[in-house]
Design a protein around this ligand. Structure first.
Ligand code: SOE
Length: 396
């Protein structure tokens, strides 16, 4: 059991829906399984409706609630602001928090536009000089099998990377009657499948390869252009003009695909869709190198497949590594071999890595600068789709 560390890290979380739930369970759990150098205190949860924020505080384990993020961000007794709101509010909250000297953890994608992401990265750089740190919530990096894959690439086990194949497949709006939500509204979400889930595989593939995407040729599609407003919602609350029962516009992509060239020359094929009927949260990544291959599928997230091209042909084949050994990243803190981890553990590991980096004065990754680079790739895919041209992504 961990000793109680002396210094607290007082956290304020803005937003308490799906991501707020995952982040809350991470803040609650991390100190119980990992020896953290700082003691997270779940100080205050913020939501725009005071009653719902108060209920969320009780349900999720926050000491207080507030309906005013500006007042919370300005408080002297808050050290870190955790942003779990839709993308249209990320920049304003993050920049205010950084200027107030708070560390910031921000959900992905970093922002809705490159311009916002640039402002956030600039604010982060300025604050960094005063010891303030930032992180973007690309949590899948912290699935043990993915972190193991990164380690194996670094160790040279796949040699020179030639192909990267990445898919993020969901199907939650394949039904044309699935209602509108903020995720289908460009003014709130920035983009659709591209930014919501494509951003994850952009980050993952760059993390795994240690390389960056240098150019893309993409295509976006919106299959269902109008959907019903959700029951009980006024159209106005989703930025439309109709009333419950009427159809409103979908202003984001349903699916995105793109070809990519990494700066090393490796070729990438990417797909992000909410229309892959039957696929719920399938993040599939395959890396083919001169010495071997790695393959991962989040729907079997404790497994990493590895092919070693140096094996004798007669016995060669993909081996199925169960990434649940104590020597695998993050696993020693949890259960005995074979018992497996889930989606939520990535968020706990995110808290652990962030708290350790803050305490050590290190640089948490992915930082806002990394988030900005992903944002540039997203924008390049969109421009490419609009103009039917290849688009280069400038190095930082
Ligand atoms: C919805 O598509 C979503 O919740 C994403 O927003 C998350 O980032 C992903 O982890 C799961 O799917």
């Amino acid at each position: 059991m961990s000793q109680t560390p002396a210094r607290p890290l007082r956290v304020a979380m803005v937003g308490h829906a799906f991501m707020g739930n995952t982040h809350s369970q991470a803040w609650r759990t991390a100190p119980h399984f990992f020896d953290l150098p700082l003691r997270p205190e779940m100080a205050v949860v913020v939501g725009h409706d005071a009653d719902r924020a108060a209920a969320a505080a009780t349900r999720l384990g926050w000491a207080e609630s507030s309906a005013d993020w500006r007042e919370v961000v300005a408080r002297d007794d808050i050290d870190l602001v955790d942003i779990c709101t839709p993308g249209d509010t990320h920049a304003e909250i993050a920049i205010a928090a950084l200027r107030a000297g708070k560390h910031v953890l921000c959900e992905k994608p970093l922002a809705n536009t490159v311009a916002e992401a640039e402002q956030m990265a600039a604010a982060a750089e300025e604050a960094h000089a005063h010891g303030v740190r930032t992180m973007v919530g690309f949590t899948y990096r912290r699935a043990p099998a993915i972190a193991l894959a990164r380690r194996m690439v670094e160790e040279g086990r796949v040699g020179q990377v030639r192909h990267v194949r990445a898919q993020y497949l969901q199907d939650w709006i394949a039904d044309p009657d699935a209602p509108l939500s903020w995720r289908l509204d460009k003014s709130r979400a920035g983009s659709g499948a591209l930014g919501d889930i494509g951003a994850h595989v952009i980050d993952l593939t760059q993390y795994l390869t240690g390389d960056r995407i240098a150019e893309v040729s993409g295509r976006l599609e919106t299959f269902v252009k109008e959907r019903p407003y959700p029951a009980g919602e006024t159209a106005g609350s989703l930025g439309g003009g109709g009333s419950t029962g009427e159809l409103g516009p979908v202003t984001v992509d349903d699916a995105a695909s793109f070809l990519a060239t990494f700066s090393s020359g490796a070729m990438g094929v990417f797909e992000a869709t909410r229309f892959a009927t039957g696929r719920k949260n399938a993040i599939r990544i395959e890396v083919n190198g001169s010495l071997g291959s790695l393959a991962f599928d989040f729907e079997d997230m404790n497994v990493l497949e590895y092919f070693d091209a140096r094996d004798d042909a007669e016995v060669a084949g993909f081996r199925r590594i169960l990434a649940t050994e104590p020597g695998h990243p993050y696993v020693a803190a949890w259960w005995p071999p074979g018992h497996g981890l889930g989606y939520e553990h990535g968020f706990t590991h995110q808290v652990v890595d962030l708290v350790e980096a803050i305490a050590a004065g290190g640089d948490p990754a992915p930082s806002f600068a990394d988030g900005l680079q992903v944002q540039r790739v997203l924008a390049a895919v969109e421009t490419s789709s609009d103009t039917r041209t290849w688009q280069e992504i400038p190095p930082r």
